[in-house]
Write a protein that binds this ligand. Sequence first.
Ligand SMILES: Nc1ncnc2c1ncn2[C@@H]1O[C@H](COP(=O)(O)OP(=O)(O)O)[C@@H](O)[C@H]1O
Ligand SMILES: [Mg+2]
Length: 295
Amino acid sequence: MDSNAVSLTSVTKNFGPVRAVDGLTLTIPRGQTVALLGPNGAGKSTTISMLLGLVPPDSGQVSLFGHGPERAVRLGEVGAMPQEGGLIPRVTVRELLTFAGGTYAAPLPLGQVLALAQITDLPDRRVDKLSGGQAQRVRFAMALIGDPELIVLDEPTAALDVEARREFWAGMRGLATKGKTILFSTHYLDEADEQADRVVVINCGRVVADGTSAEIKRVVALTTVSVTAGGEVAWLGRLPGVRRLEVRGDRVRLRSSDPDATVMALAEAGAVRNLEVTPADLEDAFVVLTAKERV
Ligand SMILES: Nc1ncnc2c1ncn2[C@@H]1O[C@H](COP(=O)(O)OP(=O)(O)O)[C@@H](O)[C@H]1O
Ligand SMILES: [Mg+2]
């Protein structure tokens, strides 16, 4: 038995001139909850589609539990939640889940799925009468009904408000504790941080960082301290906390892991001119990570 739930090796996918996924390698052991974190267009959905056998890679290998994705899907080893759609209108939640369960050899009992997805109050509700958050939890139940080892969710909370997101993740956590392998994509750093054991950051179709959320945050959670400065500015890059220095015209942007110390040092040096301090921003973080990777 292969101990890895997912193994992608040098996987590449082009859409015409666009390289959506660029030599991506990723191994996920059984039982891990992994966030695939990246901005729009990073290649998250394409990666997930290849992993599910929906899109063939141009090159590289995809393996789930030691065999091809089509076989894994056929065996019910993997359950996926589509970003939208996938729900038939005019039937009840119970009818929908019973039908979906019937397509698997060994589906979970309905009651258990309702509990896991936190929809025990909804089985008799018509599918087209659900709120956005409820519909998302029903899609989640659809992914679970075949009792898969691996659950793949593409931006499961993208369309949800804060409260619905919270409810959704409450259901997910129960599953992770049952030893399932979970891979979900997101462009929210806080969500990856709160929900995943491991965060794989991708940008431009490549893995740019891979680690625990604490490790990722150490890299990406850099505050930007910017000042107006002229002449020789390299010394600013050596101030306390500064991890990176960028010059744009007469503005110097310092990426700092300790903005208090950086600002104090700027003040002592008399270099505070048009000071601006902006908290870590994920888009900035991707720029930092991608630039770092190219060094
Ligand atoms: N079917 C497609 N045809 C053409 N380009 C595509 C297709 N699917 C994705 N792309 C392009 O590939 C890149 C990665 O897209 P995608 O995997 O959807 O990223 P993400 O899910 O991270 O937002 C983007 O530039 C996107 O425009
Ligand atoms: Mg996507």
